[in-house]
Design a protein around this ligand. Structure first.
Ligand code: DP6
Length: 361
């Protein structure tokens, strides 16, 4: 998709050197993407809320190469320092994208990137990172060729390119919420790219919080890539995909009507299903820590005692995402201080909320 051999620069009229900067948030899946096939295509549709504070800033600098050759010329800096591992990964990704962006071979490129949160903790740094890079590449195409002037085209291509980098990244392109994967519940939805889901949201979900309780900052013991691959031999894979499709339809209704209870039930069931799938993969993975379980029990008890609509979800890691509406922020923050922080590594909590999506700076 989006292959275009005509996107070649005229070497007799080279562009001025320049730079592009995108700030791009992470997202938290309520219906999880877990299992893929083909070229990064999902086995089931997923739905996420777009975050605000957990984000990646990426600058893409470019200049015409002085002597043309066929290689991709890339320097890569992570938090101001050259990073060879990320450079190698990004180089392979850019190589794979030359059918969509053939002009990449004609340029000297420098990527400078950094996150507002720690790398590889189960906070989806690949989501915001790959989405930021995809947005930079689409802005570069548009600046050099004027081919992505319409906002819808721009967003769809950026989402498709982000997906090729990391599946969940395709959902970070849109404000408030996004759906990735074809589902009859959302018109225009596709396996190739995410679509905006802001219009599906009752106002209560546009003022929603996600405080991330950092139980551990240790590197993940299984990469998402390896985790997805394990779904191929998982005996529960097919029923799981059917379950996700059904839950997405029910969730879309709950989002429309502002039904917090149904939203919370699905969010928690999805988180536990994701971890159950990892536990019964071969080899098996247990990413929950004792403090994760202690926090889940405290959340259940707090909800029972206060009737406050506070729910959790988890990514492929031990950290708890505490989900709740803005109107109870003061009570919940007080409770986190008094009772939950003690379960976090260095008492670390990232306060996040549903936000307006990526920003070109
Ligand atoms: C548990 O998008 O990180 O966060 O496509 O291999 O890069 P790759 O995987 P990735 O998987 C995310 C899995 C998840 C659920 C979700 O975000 O939907």
């Amino acid at each position: 998709m989006y292959e275009n051999p005509r996107l070649i620069l005229d070497s007799s009229n080279p562009p001025e050197p320049g730079e592009i900067l995108w700030r791009t948030p992470s997202n938290i899946a309520i219906i999880k993407y877990w299992g893929k096939h083909g070229v990064q295509l999902p086995r089931n549709p997923s739905l996420s809320l777009t975050l605000a504070a957990s984000c990646t800033d990426t600058v893409l600098e470019y200049a015409m190469k002085e002597a043309p050759d066929n290689a991709i010329d890339l320097e890569f800096y992570f938090h101001g320092e050259e990073n060879e591992a990320f450079r190698t990964k990004t180089l392979a990704f850019l190589e794979s994208l030359t059918p969509q962006f053939p002009f990449l071979r004609q340029l000297q490129l420098t990527v400078r990137t950094g996150n507002s949160f720690p790398h590889s903790t189960g906070i989806a740094s690949s989501a915001s990172g790959m989405a930021a890079l995809a947005l930079c590449l689409c802005s570069l195409e548009d600046r050099l060729f004027g081919t992505l002037q319409e906002a819808d085209n721009f967003d769809t291509k950026a989402s498709c390119i982000a997906r090729l980098g990391s599946g969940s990244a395709c959902r970070s392109i849109f404000p408030y919420a996004a759906v990735w994967g074809a589902t009859p519940a959302v018109s225009g939805s596709s396996d190739q790219f995410a679509v905006p889901a802001e219009d599906l949201l009752h106002p209560v979900f546009k003022d929603f919080h996600d405080d991330i309780l950092i139980v551990s900052t240790a590197e993940k013991s299984v990469s998402s890539r390896a985790g997805h691959a394990l779904m191929e031999g998982n005996p529960y894979a097919e029923p799981r995909y059917a379950q996700a499709r059904n839950r997405l339809t029910v969730l879309v209704d709950a989002l429309r009507t502002g039904d917090l209870e149904t939203f919370g039930k699905i969010a928690e069931d999805e988180a536990l299903t994701l971890h159950a799938l990892m536990m019964c993969s071969n080899p098996s993975f247990m990413l929950l820590r004792p403090d994760t379980v202690a926090l889940i029990e405290k959340i259940h008890a707090y909800r029972r005692d206060t009737k406050h609509p506070v729910y959790f979800t988890l990514d492929a890691g031990p950290n708890i995402h505490l989900l709740y509406p803005g109107e109870i922020v003061a009570e919940v923050r007080g409770w986190i201080e008094d009772d939950l922080k003690q379960h976090c590594a260095d008492e670390w909590v990232i306060q996040d909320w549903v936000g307006e999506g990526p920003e070109e700076l």
